[in-house]
Design a protein around this ligand. Structure first.
Ligand code: SF4
Length: 134
């Protein structure tokens, strides 16, 4: 189905749609840039993505939280997708907490975001400390 994409429909990744579905938060900054990058990556494809054409796409890519068997099947379906990195970048930029994006399960994305947040906090703290030392 043309408008069901990445992650099964919450954000349509199909090229014709070109923007998030109405009723969703508007995008700006890095999330908007990531959205455009994802659309461009999808434009370069010769055909639809696995999440657009798999007969069980909705059940797998939008599996209930905790259903990691289904989520892993979706992730396996992402393995050969040429838009994979752009798809993951977008999900991390939003950040999208639901669904499988770029072959990465929600739990794994949450861990990555947490690690990035922690690293940013430490960098800020080190910056503040070095101001006092100088
Ligand atoms: S990486 Fe996976 S979720 Fe993203 S567009 Fe490709 S098949 Fe869909």
């Amino acid at each position: 189905m043309a408008t069901r994409g990445g992650p099964g429909g919450r954000w349509p990744t199909a090229a014709p749609q070109r923007k998030p579905l109405s009723g969703l938060p508007s995008l700006d900054g890095p999330a908007l840039a990531a959205w455009h990058a994802l659309c461009e990556a999808l434009d370069r494809l010769d055909g639809p993505t696995a999440c657009q054409v798999h007969p069980d796409a909705h059940r797998l890519w939008l599996a209930e939280p905790g259903d990691e068997v289904a989520q892993q099947r979706a992730a396996d379906g992402c393995a050969a997708c040429p838009a994979r990195q752009a798809c993951l970048d977008f999900a991390l930029a939003v950040p999208e907490r639901f669904g499988v994006w770029g072959g990465v399960l929600p739990r794994e994305r949450a861990k990555r975001l947490q690690a990035e947040e922690q690293a940013a906090k430490e960098a800020r703290r080190e910056g503040v400390e070095s101001e006092f030392v100088a």
